[in-house]
Design a protein around this ligand. Structure first.
Ligand code: TPP
Ligand code: MG
Length: 336
């Protein structure tokens, strides 16, 4: 972890260390996301899912570590289109996420949003967004609303490294800083914007440097290590609440699959490049830690994976059986 010019202070109110149950919960959630994406891609290939499929595999520690540190009663998230993992980590039932992917009425967006447009205000999940950078100005708006609400809530806004090349990123960070909005801007730097590597799309290699001009603290974090993400998030969220000011986080990670399901990443990158990231796989890193500390055995971890897969398969099956939305519902919930 490194920090740039204005770093994020440590407030007195940082929470105490984590329990064994909490580590296991985070491991289970990362495995759930990995297995969910695996099953989802299979369903896409079987023809049950139409349109696009952007897998979160490889990036699990970012969402899981960060959302574990949220205050679920007061905080909100605004997401980008790689949103299945964040839905699950926000407590949305996998059956509803599958049903949305399958276009079913029981889906989290009533089957009318699909992969990129999950939405659950009840779970404080204010949407995925198919437009690169589209959620960033929405998050600033949520920050304005939160400032006027009791409870010192904050808004976590996730977007990719490619979103830093959009105008809305710069406009929104400028106003968030000027208006003291409690927004945590999280750039998930997975090294690629579609097939274009960071070196080919960003004038600066440290993305924190592209945000520091807006007078807000910035921090680069290790997005492969869920413990590091969680500790940093706890500290940063407490600072944002206390100071009522935005901040910018760059989480360094890697996407295992192509940009979307039709993309073949080996057309533009090599297995040698992928290898060090896979060696620091987020599930592997946490599993090794728990085994080393004798909190879990390899057999218990494997059992956990099997249980998760069986649960997800059952949920996918129930989602498959659900009805499609009725034609008369087509224009409900749509702004026209
Ligand atoms: C405004 C806009 N421009 C272009 C696109 C096409 N597009 C879809 S995803 C993407 C790449 C974005 O990469 P990044 O922000 O790094 O997110 P990642 O896919 O790596 O999670 C592009 C250019 C779009 N959806 N919206
Ligand atoms: Mg990217």
């Amino acid at each position: 972890m490194s920090t740039t010019s204005e770093s994020i202070p440590t407030p007195a109110a940082a929470r105490p260390g984590r329990s064994s149950a909490q580590w296991k919960r985070m491991l289970r959630m990362m495995i759930t996301i990995r297995e969910f994406e695996h099953l989802g891609e299979q369903e896409f290939r079987n023809g049950l899912i139409r349109g696009y499929y952007h897998s979160y595999a490889g990036q699990e520690a970012v969402g899981v570590g960060m959302l574990e540190a949220l205050d679920p009663s007061h905080d909100y998230i605004v997401d980008h289109y790689r949103d299945h993992g964040h839905c699950l980590a926000m407590g949305i039932d996998a059956e509803q996420v599958f049903a949305e992917l399958f276009g079913r009425r029981t889906g989290v967006s009533k089957g009318k949003g699909g992969s990129m447009h999950m939405y659950s205000p009840d779970k404080h999940f204010l949407g995925g967004d198919g437009i690169v950078g589209g959620g960033i100005s929405v998050a600033a708006g949520v920050g304005m609303a939160l400032k006027r609400m009791p409870g010192k809530g904050l808004c976590v806004c996730f977007f990719g490294d490619g979103a830093l090349d959009t105008g809305t990123f710069h406009e929104s960070l400028n106003l968030a800083s000027l208006w003291d909005l409690p927004v945590v801007f999280v750039c998930i730097n997975n090294q690629y914007s579609m097939g274009t590597s960071l070196q080919r799309h960003s004038s600066l290699s440290q993305l924190v440097d592209r945000a520091s001009g807006y007078g807000m603290p910035t921090e680069q974090i290790d997005g492969q290590d869920v413990g590091a993400v969680y500790s940093a998030s706890e500290r940063i969220f407490a600072a944002v609440r206390e100071r009522q000011r935005p901040c910018f986080i760059e989480a360094l990670t890697y996407r295992y699959q192509g940009h979307g399901i039709h993309d073949k990443p080996l057309n533009y990158r090599t297995t040698e490049e992928e290898e060090p990231w896979r060696r620091r796989d987020p599930i592997r890193l946490l599993s090794e830690k728990l085994i080393e500390e004798r909190q879990m055995t390899p057999a218990q971890i494997e059992k956990m994976r099997q249980e998760v897969t069986a649960e997800l398969e059952a949920k996918a099956e129930r989602a498959r059986q659900a009805p499609a939305p009725e034609a008369r519902e087509l224009f409900d919930d749509v702004m026209i």
